[in-house]
Design a protein around this ligand. Structure first.
Ligand code: GLC
Length: 610
């Protein structure tokens, strides 16, 4: 791997020592803050808050700069031919992630689950579902990935369990008002016979957020809350037992080698007292809030997202995670706008949060300037790194999003009857957008398959669909299956393109996936896979994750946008005529056609060592 041009090895050692000293001081400061004592060292006492936070941004804690690769276990690689990816499949393909150059893997849930929401309906938090393997497979993966220098992050789903979880089963068997029922949110219905739901809340997946029980004697009983599918009852976070149980889950995985957690629905859990009706119905997890609303108005607007009391839960988890070294939490908190989201990553709360403002930003100059500037400023103001993300298992893959004019709302997919994306334009913009993103300082998240430029499966027939959104809306919203299709590893690898040896695959791949198969891209100059490798390699070599960022208007023309990070100029041409590239060493270009030298065409990005 190439070192920065100024580094002869000594520089690295010295900078690590300096960084470590800063890191130690910042840790000391935050400890002092937490203990609420006043014994700051004279040097730290003389530092302003912003200097301290600035130092925090620069410390070498891995998660501040890491590139984290999301594995959706059922679709990564299948080792036993049941058509479902598994942990052994991941172990057998670890080398591909080492070659790619990622720092950590975030796994979507592989815990015991009836799989009504692809594992986000957990029936045992402390065991692996047989579909994905065993705890021994997990242990083996920890050893192998640690040896390869890759950390493993697991997905914690604390807002709800599966209805098959023993806590819920016990609650069903127990009478109203019992301690068993107090683990969840059971309420009597409204109306003369309790026949109306307790309030007007709607499920994110469509339909009512309440389901009425049928009691053992056949009579209609209480209602229980499920902000997602009816098989995913919401836990009652007013009950201290819930918090105690979840601490045990955290410790279980931390003891078992997890580097941290991605926290599912990280802004959920607490519901506003009295469970008031919502004023405006919304099926999104950000609740369609308005930027100008005050924090209090926002909390009241959607009484189950982003309530102030959630911060107590986060702080409690942070204390648990801090008992271990080197661990981190990343929040899935769809709470807009960004200044509100930043409250989730204050120094004693989550370490990071997915930057959904960035994910939702179109490939367009003015919007990008705003979201990047705001993100660095707003997250920086609380001492947190910004993260950057374009794709995950809940949204339309970004190459397909960029290939259509209007983006469907969050959680909706593209179906055979929708407007179809332009694949070539989408791929071109998607690659340019990734290259723009990976030069930014902070943490970055990649979703499996994006390194191949995989598009969404946009013509998946209804009979294959599994996302509860599809069923709960009677097909009106096709849901998220299109971004969850198994990966193509080998163009000659049989029916499932090397995903499983016998061609099985829980969702069919679109015919286009053959063209994107990994074997066709490996070692091919200009391929999307080689582009990603190159970007990650140069990002590391130039320390851009922790770099000095500034916009570089002196390089901008009307259709281009440029920034500098640690001596690397990142320049994107959005929609204009080809522009001449500034002088310097060309490190990366997204042009497919590498014979086009010295110019940057529309929807392309280049990295240049200035
Ligand atoms: C999160 C997950 C999503 C899941 C939902 C309910 O948004 O990312 O996949 O369906 O939570 O757990």
């Amino acid at each position: 791997m190439r070192r920065p041009y100024f580094d002869n090895g000594l520089v690295t050692v010295i900078s690590r020592l300096v960084a470590f000293t800063i890191f130690a001081k910042v840790k000391a400061v935050s400890r002092v803050f937490r203990q609420k004592t006043t014994s700051l060292s004279p040097r730290l006492e003389s530092m302003s808050n912003s200097e301290i936070l600035q130092a925090a941004v620069k410390n070498p804690e891995w998660w501040r700069t890491a590139v984290i690769y999301q594995i959706y276990p059922r679709s990564f690689s299948d080792s036993n031919g049941d058509g479902m990816g598994d942990l052994r499949g991941v172990a057998s393909r670890l080398d591909s992630l080492v070659k790619l150059g990622v720092d950590a893997i975030w796994f979507s849930p592989f815990f015991k689950s009836p799989q009504k929401d692809a594992g986000y309906d957990v029936s045992d938090y402390c065991d692996v579902d047989p579909l994905f393997g065993t705890l021994a497979d997990w242990d083996d993966l920890v050893v192998k990935s640690n040896a390869a220098g890759i950390r493993l992050i697991v997905d914690l789903v604390p807002n709800h369990t599966s209805d098959q979880h023993e806590w819920f089963q016990k609650a069903l068997a127990a009478p109203a008002g019992s301690p068993e029922r107090a683990m969840y949110i059971f309420k009597d219905g409204k109306g003369a016979n309790g026949e109306l739901p307790p309030n007007n809340w709607q499920s994110v997946f469509g339909g009512n957020a309440w389901t009425r029980l049928e009691e053992a004697d056949g009579t209609a009983g209480q209602w229980y809350l499920h902000l997602f599918d009816s098989t995913q009852p919401d836990l009652n976070w007013e009950n201290p037992k819930v918090a105690d149980e979840m601490d045990n889950v955290l410790r279980f995985w931390l003891d078992r080698g997890a580097a941290g957690f991605r926290i599912d629905v990280a802004h959920g859990m607490k519901k506003r007292e009295g469970l008031p009706d919502v004023a405006v119905q919304s099926s999104t997890m950000s609740g369609d809030v308005q930027a100008e609303m005050s924090i209090e108005q926002l909390e009241a607007h959607v009484p189950y997202w982003g309530q102030n009391e959630v911060h107590d839960i986060i702080r409690r988890w942070r204390r648990v995670v801090d008992e271990y070294e080197d661990r981190a939490m990343c929040a899935e908190a769809w709470i807009m706008p960004l200044n509100r989201m930043a409250r989730w990553v204050r120094p004693d709360e989550y370490h990071q949060t997915f930057n959904f403002g960035y994910l939702e930003c179109p490939w367009e100059k003015t919007s990008l300037v705003k979201v990047v500037t705001d993100s660095l400023k707003i997250f920086g103001s609380v001492g947190a790194p910004s993260t950057w993300v374009l794709s995950n298992h809940d949204v339309i893959r970004h190459v397909s999003r960029f290939g259509i004019l209007g983006t469907p709302p969050q959680g909706d997919g593209i179906g055979p009857n929708s407007e179809q994306p332009d694949e070539a334009i989408g791929l071109r913009k998607g690659r340019a957008a990734t290259a723009f993103m990976l030069g930014l300082p902070g943490g970055a998240y990649l979703y499996q398959g994006e390194e191949l430029g995989l598009p969404e499966h946009t013509t998946l027939e209804g009979k294959y669909r599994q996302d509860p959104t599809y069923f709960r809306t009677k097909g009106e919203r096709v849901g998220r299956d299109g971004c969850r299709v198994p990966l193509p590893w080998d163009s000659k690898g049989g029916e499932s393109l090397g995903f499983s040896e016998n061609g099985e695959s829980w969702l069919p791949q679109p015919s286009s996936y053959k063209r994107y198969a990994r074997d066709l891209q490996e070692g091919q100059a200009g391929s999307t896979l080689e582009l990603y490798k190159r970007l990650l390699n140069e990002r590391k070599a130039f320390g851009m994750g922790a770099g000095e960022f500034r916009w570089a208007p002196e390089f901008d023309g009307e259709s281009t946008l440029s920034y500098l990070n640690n001596g690397v100029l990142v320049i994107s041409n959005f929609n204009g005529e080809p522009v001449a590239l500034p002088a310097g060493e060309l490190l990366v270009t997204t042009q497919h056609d590498l014979s086009i030298e010295g110019v940057l065409e529309h929807d392309q990005t280049a990295w240049i060592k200035i």
